[in-house]
Structures are given as C-alpha cells and as structure tokens.
Design a protein around this ligand. Structure first.
Ligand SMILES: C[S@@+](CC[C@H](N)C(=O)[O-])C[C@H]1O[C@@H](n2cnc3c(N)ncnc32)[C@H](O)[C@@H]1O
Length: 352
C-alpha cells in the first residue's frame, strides 16, 4: 500500500463532524443556574477565558490567549449563553460534507501557486485570475491577496505537506492577538490586542449551520431581544440563500467603515453552498482598534453600495459605530455575508 492509495481509499478517511445537538453545555448550564453574585464575580472572567481556550485549543494550538476586559461597567463576562467555538456545528437537517466529492491535489511538499496541474490552483483560478492573476488566494506570507473571491484551501485529500504548503491558512487557525471587550454603547466587541496587518486571517465566524427556514423561525425570537447572531450566506456565485450561520460566540459588531471583511472559504467541504465564513483584516489594524465588519455585506471600496441591499432585513437598530462615514441611522439586526459581492458581476468575475 502506498500513501496515495491509502489517502484515496475513503474508508480510511474520517472527517470529524460536529452536530449542534451533541454540544456539551454542562459548564454553561451550571454557571447559568448559579446565583448572580457567583456569575458576576471577577473570577468568572478567568473561567470564561479558560472555556474559550478549552473549546478552541485543539484546532488552534498556536492561537494567542483571549482576554476578557471590561472598563465600562461591572459585568464580569459576556453572557454565558455563548459557547465560544471555532468549529461549525451542523444544525437540524444539515448533512455532513460529502467526501466522495472532495478533490485533492497530487503535489509533493508545498504546492506551487504557478502550477498548471495542482487541482487546488485549478479550483481557485476561475475566481481570481482575471482580476488578481492566477494562483492561490494567499500571498507567500499567508495573507489574503484576493479580497473579493472565495478561498479554496488544500484539503484532507491533498498529498502536499500540511506544514509546508502555503495554501493552508484558515485550517491552521488564528495567529493574531485579540481580546473581548465591553463597549460603552454596542455591548461586547472584539478588539486587536496587537497590530494586525492587512490580509491577515482573524478567525472563523463559527456557530451552527442552519437551513434558511429554521433560521427564519429563530430570528423571530432573537429579534425580539435585539440580539441576533444570524449571518446569511449570500455570495454572487450562489444561486440563493439556503444556509445561515447562527454564531455561538460573541459576534463582531457592525461598522459603516469596517476594518474586516467576511470571505467564504472551502477546505473539506465540496458543496459551494456551505462555505466557512472567515474574517480577514481589510486594512492594517492598530492595537486597540475594534474589529468590525459590515452586517450588510457592504464593501466600502465599492462606491455604489451605500444603499440597503435586498438581503438586509427590515428590523433595524441605530448604528453607533462611530465611523466618519456612519449613516448614524440603522443597521440590520440580521447580517448578510457577502451581498456587496454582487458588484463583482460586471467585471467578469464569475463562477465558471
Ligand atoms: C452579533 S451581535 C454583536 C455582539 C454584541 N455587541 C454583544 O454584546 O453580544 C449584534 C448586536 O450588537 C449590537 N451592535 C453591533 N454593532 C452595532 C453598532 N454599530 N451600533 C449599535 N449596536 C451595535 C446590536 O445590538 C446588534 O444587534
């Protein structure tokens, strides 16, 4: 048996799959059942931070520790209804990836972005070559060089080297330093603890993968509390919004001049409708800056995207992002991953 025959035999291929119904919430239930004094003690902050590490450490062993900071009031932690995770949990009716459709490359060592035979370059090229030139979505430092394109990383079926290959960024996890901090008027937010360079991977917008109709039902309940974490998966190359991610952690806040963007990324999922939603720095971000994205999928680089898009929902909040360009009026309670990407159509940036 060779490595090639081994990896092509699907009976040897077991992808970990996580179902939302199996989520273990013992710690959260215990803390939520405790009295306010216990929940509100400052020691709980360390417990919260440790729970984040516990839930994410396996996938992101190099990720810097996340501090929880509150200089605004005496709330010790974000609400314990959140389970901080970097995984995607499959909700009701969502099937796991069909690995029989997953195509890997046959490269040795590191993949060459100029290759004309690497299956992963060939999968990426149709989305990037006309605008950014052929190759992977990343530059040689692992930063995003193709801001408005889906990302296709090498996957578990590839024969390239997991550590050497430069087309494996999201799957190696967060490397930048962030903290969770209370803001004066937007609840909790995520902040840069060190400078983050443009194009750096920040994290996965992780949570529960849901069908659109299930999320509609949940949205009605969430909207009443004014705290909705539903992100519709809408991209120009997808026929319709079929899926939604219901975030399990403290989601980033909205900004009219966001320093982050959300890009769809595919690793071990061959179904284009089911990307990982990944957050990237869209410019250099200074230490202490809040990490925000546009809930409407708007890209400030596209001038004619200032109007509400169809995917934005009608229930709105007053925006307090503080950006010079802030409309100051409203943000949708429910977010949309890439509505603004529709603008790519006219420049021939189409799915082939
Ligand atoms: C996905 S959550 C973000 C995390 C939230 N701040 C928390 O503490 O849980 C979305 C909610 O945060 C608040 N929010 C986010 N961005 C905001 C903004 N620019 N202005 C005012 N409120 C904002 C709104 O209440 C919104 O419904």
């Amino acid at each position: 048996m060779t490595w090639d025959s081994y990896r092509r035999d699907l009976s040897n291929f077991q992808l970990p799959v996580y179902y939302a119904k199996d989520l273990v919430s013992l710690l959260h239930d215990y803390i939520n059942a405790s009295d306010e004094y216990f929940r509100g003690s400052l020691n709980m902050r360390r417990v919260f931070e440790s729970a984040i590490r516990e839930n994410t450490g396996e996938d992101e062993p190099d990720a810097p520790w996340i501090d929880v900071i509150n200089d605004v009031d005496d709330e010790a932690t974000p609400p314990w209804e959140f389970y901080y995770t970097n995984k995607i949990w499959l909700g009701e009716g969502i099937s796991p990836p069909d690995v029989t459709k997953l195509v890997g490359c046959d490269c040795r060592g590191k993949c060459d972005p100029k290759s004309t035979t690497c299956a992963c370059v060939l999968r990426q090229n149709p989305y990037v070559e006309k605008v950014f030139g052929p190759g992977f979505a990343y530059d040689s430092k692992g930063r995003l060089r193709t801001p408005k394109a889906p990302i296709f990383e090498c996957n578990a079926m590839c024969s390239c080297d997991d550590d050497e290959c430069k087309n494996r960024v999201v799957q190696h996890g967060r490397k930048c330093s962030v903290s969770i901090k209370k803001t004066p008027d937007k609840g909790w937010g995520v902040f840069a603890s060190k400078k983050i360079l443009k194009g750096t991977f920040i994290g996965v917008y992780s949570g529960e993968f849901l069908k659109d109709d299930v999320s509609e039902r949940r949205g009605l309940v969430y909207d009443k509390s004014g705290r909705t974490y539903l992100l519709d998966i809408t991209y120009y190359y997808l026929a319709e919004t079929q899926y939604v991610v219901d975030a399990y952690h403290v989601g980033n806040n909205n900004s009219c001049d966001p320093n982050c963007r959300v890009n769809p990324c595919y690793i071990n999922e061959p179904d284009l409708e089911k990307p990982l939603l990944t957050l990237w720095a869209r410019r250099d971000i200074a230490i202490g800056e809040e990490l925000c994205f546009s809930y409407q999928g708007h890209d400030p680089d596209d001038a004619d995207q200032n109007e509400d898009n169809e995917a934005a929902h009608t229930i709105v909040n007053i925006c307090r992002c503080g950006a010079a360009t802030c409309t100051g009026t409203r943000i949708p309670l429910r977010s949309s991953s890439g509505a603004g990407w529709l603008m790519l159509r006219p420049i021939g940036f189409m799915f082939s």
